[in-house]
Design a protein. Structure first.
Length: 347
């Protein structure tokens, strides 16, 4: 099982500049590369200070010039907010800039807040139609001349300029939860990325089972890969309470996620307060003690033991999700412990 870093700039108030946050992101990426991580992933979100990434492409292009080996993943491009020609051309350009290190992830989108502002209020679940149409169209554009007459997009003969370095195409990934999306991804030869969010490892087993069912349904397709994305924090075993800051930070992260996902309050200058603690009464999965068990939080030995279970399930890639509302120094110390004491167990 290989490892990757999933990272965004996180801004919880205006005391830290965006310039500093990007410098921090670059520092953690370079640390991950030095530590043997395979890929850095950056997603797409809009108008949210707690997840700053209006496009992964310029960030990944910058990282291409600062790194030599680590692969550069768009994790993920939100299909309804793009045109297939733009996806094909921009990801191919990233592949050229990086010398063939691009990974292309696509998703239908999660926040109705974003659909209200970038897609004319289209209901978020309808993004699945865009995802299903954009994937084969991008592949065709990478290959050469292609005209498209679909339900969502129509355009005359076009092609991707430039063409990607990786042939026949860069690896494509689909963010999946429901069985139909797993099946679509596998049928189209795409790898699958999943996140159990705040749920425990029974959810990981369920997501892997959905993937394996899809694989079994398509014996004609070479077996794709599956990546599990988890909030991750490794602490010094000498500190028995070292898990608590991470669990409390991830609790804050998910309460903020809930506020944005609920789409009930208008943010102020890109900030939205976390949903209040009392909203989660009777929701034990949000408690710090539960997040200690569900998120990948623990001493190096505890984290190794759980990752061994993921490896036994057939997980090909574990992505160290660094977003957790903690400080840069806390994130850096955790990542360094993971590199020093967890990664060697899998080499």
């Amino acid at each position: 099982m290989r490892f990757s870093l999933f990272i965004h700039m996180e801004r919880w108030d205006d005391t830290v500049s965006h310039e500093q946050l990007f410098a921090d992101l670059v520092e953690l990426t370079l640390l991950a590369e030095q530590g043997g991580f395979e890929t850095v992933w950056i997603g797409e979100h809009h108008s949210m200070e707690y997840t700053i990434s209006p496009s992964p492409m310029p960030q990944l292009a910058y990282l291409a010039g600062k790194t030599t080996r680590i692969r550069l993943g768009a994790g993920t491009i939100i299909a309804p907010f793009w045109n297939p020609i733009r996806v094909a051309g921009e990801t191919a350009l990233l592949d050229v800039i990086s010398g063939g290190r691009a990974e292309v992830g696509l998703a239908r989108g999660a926040y109705q807040f974003e659909f209200d502002r970038l897609a004319g209020g289209m209901p978020g679940p309808e993004g699945g139609k865009h995802l299903r149409e954009i994937v084969p169209a991008v592949r065709e554009l990478w290959e050469g001349d292609y005209a498209h007459d679909g339900e969502i997009w129509q355009f005359p003969t076009s092609t991707s300029v430039p063409k990607p370095v990786q042939r026949p195409t860069p690896p494509m990934w689909i963010a999946a939860r429901d069985p139909d999306t797993h099946d679509f991804a596998v049928a189209h030869g795409c790898n699958v990325m999943v996140t159990p969010l705040m749920k425990d490892d029974a959810e990981v087993v369920d997501l892997v089972n959905k993937f394996e069912t899809a694989v079994g349904n398509h014996p004609e397709v070479p077996r794709p890969e599956i990546m599990v994305l988890r909030h991750t924090y490794v602490h010094d075993p000498a500190d028995p309470d070292g898990w608590r800051p991470a669990a409390e930070g991830i609790n804050r992260f998910y309460r903020t996620f809930d506020a944005w996902f609920g789409n009930k309050t208008t943010p102020t200058d890109g900030f939205l307060d976390p949903s209040p603690l009392e909203k989660f009464a009777g929701r034990p999965e949000f408690e710090p003690d539960a997040l200690h068990r569900s998120a990948m939080i623990g001493t190096p030995d505890e984290v190794i033991a759980r990752l061994r279970e993921y490896e036994a399930l057939g997980v090909d890639e574990f992505s160290f999700w660094s977003d957790n509302s903690l400080t840069h120094e806390q994130k850096k110390a955790s990542l360094q412990l993971f590199i020093d004491q967890v990664v060697p167990a899998f080499r």
